[in-house]
Design a binder for this molecule. Structure first.
Ligand SMILES: C[S@@+](CC[C@H](N)C(=O)[O-])C[C@H]1O[C@@H](n2cnc3c(N)ncnc32)[C@H](O)[C@@H]1O
Length: 245
């Protein structure tokens, strides 16, 4: 994988947030999800998603854990992308507001997940304090690991405050084991790792790509987490906790 440029990396939020959004705005769907013209084929996506929810698949445990944790909950999903986890949530949650900062991702998610208890909205996950509606759970997969660490921490504090005691949180990220050696430190990136992603029409783009180990996860969820469960499978780490006072 190429390194995108030799300059200083910026973690200056909101500039970094806008760069990350631009990357996802221009990111191409991977081949199995495309129709003949390179667009989104929702039925191909749905059948791939369903094929992962079978005993024996390495994603089965995390999917089952998510579904049990979110049964009958009013879920706010942050960074839903094309709706992979939204699809798994739709038939167990009471309702889901699935949000993302990128409209192209949301457009795909609207095609993929067609359920009367699911709505979609543009939302910057780093500040949910002004979001209207009542929720008793938050789900976010594969997003917080692309936020600079101090933004990830502040985001979690706002999520905890927004949910209040008793709210349930489920976070996950990919291990990217094969990519670990593609992650590097860079001037301006502080303690964060970055990687150059080439899967965008913008060419190679550098984004924060932090590997999370159990100690990092405990630091991230902080002191307001009770009933903590940290899970691990071939491709993902995940954590479920309940917000306490
Ligand atoms: C790696 S994708 C994960 C998508 C989906 N959760 C999944 O696991 O398939 C990260 C997603 O986070 C979204 N995202 C990035 N920054 C965001 C922000 N500040 N607020 C909300 N969503 C954001 C991106 O647009 C993208 O859809």
């Amino acid at each position: 994988m190429q390194k995108a440029d030799k300059g200083v990396f910026t973690r200056d939020w909101p500039q970094y947030r806008d760069n990350l959004k631009a990357y996802y705005d221009r990111r191409r769907l991977s081949d199995p999800f495309q129709d003949g013209d390179g667009g989104c084929d929702p039925e191909k996506i749905r059948s791939l998603i369903r094929s992962h929810h079978v005993a024996g698949d390495w994603r089965f445990e995390i999917i089952e854990h998510l579904r049990r944790a979110m049964a009958d909950r009013k879920v706010l999903e942050l960074g839903c992308g094309y709706g992979y986890w939204t699809y798994h949530l739709a038939d167990v949650a009471e309702r889901v507001l699935a949000t993302d900062i990128s409209e192209p991702g949301l457009a795909n998610a609207r095609l993929v997940v067609d359920a009367s208890n699911v709505e979609f909205n543009l939302q910057d996950a780093s500040d949910v304090s002004d979001l209207t509606g009542s929720f008793d759970a938050v789900v976010s997969v594969n997003m917080i690991n692309h936020f600079p660490r101090e933004v990830a921490l502040a985001t979690l504090q706002r999520i905890n405050a927004r949910l209040g005691a008793g709210g349930r949180v489920f976070l996950a990220g990919e291990h990217y084991y094969g990519w670990r050696r593609m992650m590097y430190r860079k001037p301006g990136a502080g303690d964060d790792f970055v990687s150059a992603r080439a899967d965008s029409d913008a060419g190679a783009v550098e984004i924060v790509d932090d590997p999370y180990e159990p100690d990092d996860i405990r630091r991230l969820i902080g002191a307001r987490a009770s009933d903590v469960f940290i899970g691990d499978c071939l491709g993902y780490w995940w954590v479920r906790y309940t917000v306490c006072e």
